[in-house]
Write a protein that binds this ligand. Structure first.
Ligand code: SF4
Ligand code: SF4
Length: 215
């Protein structure tokens, strides 16, 4: 269970929706996300072209340019840029990714009702996607392991547990340090992370209501 630059956090819904999707399905889910380079901030350092696994970035005239035909919207370039020159045109892109993700999760479970359980490790809660080749200081200390048969309930419970913890000074967290503060917006303020939970519940993926039993 981690923070995530597109979805606020990544837990059971994300692992189901993205993890169980075909390559084409992953691309479809990311397809509405289009990062752009703010030319005036780009210093032409060359880091983002090296980080892009899809050769979608070229340095031209000392500035990075993203080829939208090659870009899959993975957002890795956003996290590696040292001057934060790359951003997503947020409008509704992130919300749409989360809705698609919940729907793909529902599809992945089709025909498997009652045959799946979810285990979320709330440990090493890094500020960005853990598919990258680097990590960062956890935004909260390790909390524990959650188990549930409901992917929405477990993600809601984990989000509440992380938000209920004290944030770590010196991590990527910028606000919400106090217990109860919104840790996910504290790292990714533009992301309405609740969308994946709301939509998951709406389409019948699970329930946001849960009972936490500590063992
Ligand atoms: S979002 Fe991913 S694929 Fe697109 S340019 Fe950035 S690193 Fe490359
Ligand atoms: S990492 Fe940032 S500053 Fe460096 S080339 Fe890419 S956009 Fe420009």
């Amino acid at each position: 269970f981690k923070c995530h630059e597109l979805t606020g956090f990544g837990g059971a819904i994300k692992n189901l929706g993205m993890g169980c999707a075909s390559r084409k399905g992953k691309l479809v889910q990311h397809s509405t996300v289009a990062p752009v380079v703010a030319e005036k901030y780009c210093i032409g350092c060359g880091i983002c072209p090296r980080a892009c696994a899809h050769d979608a970035i070229l340095i031209t005239g000392g500035k990075a340019i993203i080829d939208p035909q090659k870009c899959t919207g993975c957002s890795r370039c956003i996290t590696v840029c040292p001057v934060k020159a790359i951003n997503i045109q947020w409008n509704e892109a992130a919300d749409l990714v989360m809705r698609k993700m919940a729907e793909y999760a529902l599809g992945a479970l089709s025909g498997k009702s009652g045959k799946a359980i979810y285990i979320n490790f709330i440990t090493q809660v890094s500020p960005a996607c853990d598919c990258y080749g680097h990590s960062d200081a956890p935004i909260v200390n390790d909390i524990g392991i959650c188990v549930s048969t409901d992917p929405v309930a477990i993600d809601q419970a984990c989000a509440d547990l992380v938000n209920g913890a004290r944030g770590n000074e010196g991590s990527a967290l910028q606000s919400g340090f106090e217990p109860g503060g919104d840790k996910f917006r504290g790292v990714w303020p533009e992301i309405t992370w609740e969308v994946q939970l709301e939509h998951g519940e709406k389409i019948g993926l699970g329930s946001r209501k849960y009972e936490l039993v500590r063992v």
